[in-house]
Design a protein around this ligand. Structure first.
Ligand code: ZN
Length: 97
């Protein structure tokens, strides 16, 4: 009787330990994944902000098609005039610097 009562108690205790160990490993995995997700999210947001800033800084910059002079035009003119050679330029978006 005594032996029978002791055996299930020991097995439940061992079972509880196993559950705690598994949940700890799961917790560590979840923490790692969350940390990686946060780092990835910050990286994506930073990259997005950098691209937006770059695009905004290049919004008013033009390169003359005649003399390749780079200039800035913040007016609403349809054809901005090149200050170097005086030719009219179409509003092309500059892809990069
Ligand atoms: Zn020019």
């Amino acid at each position: 009787m005594g032996q029978r009562r002791r055996t299930p108690a020991a097995s439940t205790r061992r079972h509880r330990y196993a559950v705690i160990r598994v949940s700890l490993a799961t917790l560590v995995t979840i923490y790692l994944l969350l940390f990686l997700a946060v780092v990835f999210l910050f990286w994506i947001v930073g990259e997005w902000n950098r691209r937006r800033r770059e695009r905004r800084s290049l919004q008013h910059r033009f390169r003359c098609v005649i003399c390749a002079f780079e200039f800035e035009d913040r007016t609403d003119a349809l054809l901005p005039r090149c200050p170097h050679c005086g030719s009219l330029n179409e509003r092309f978006r500059m892809e990069n610097i």
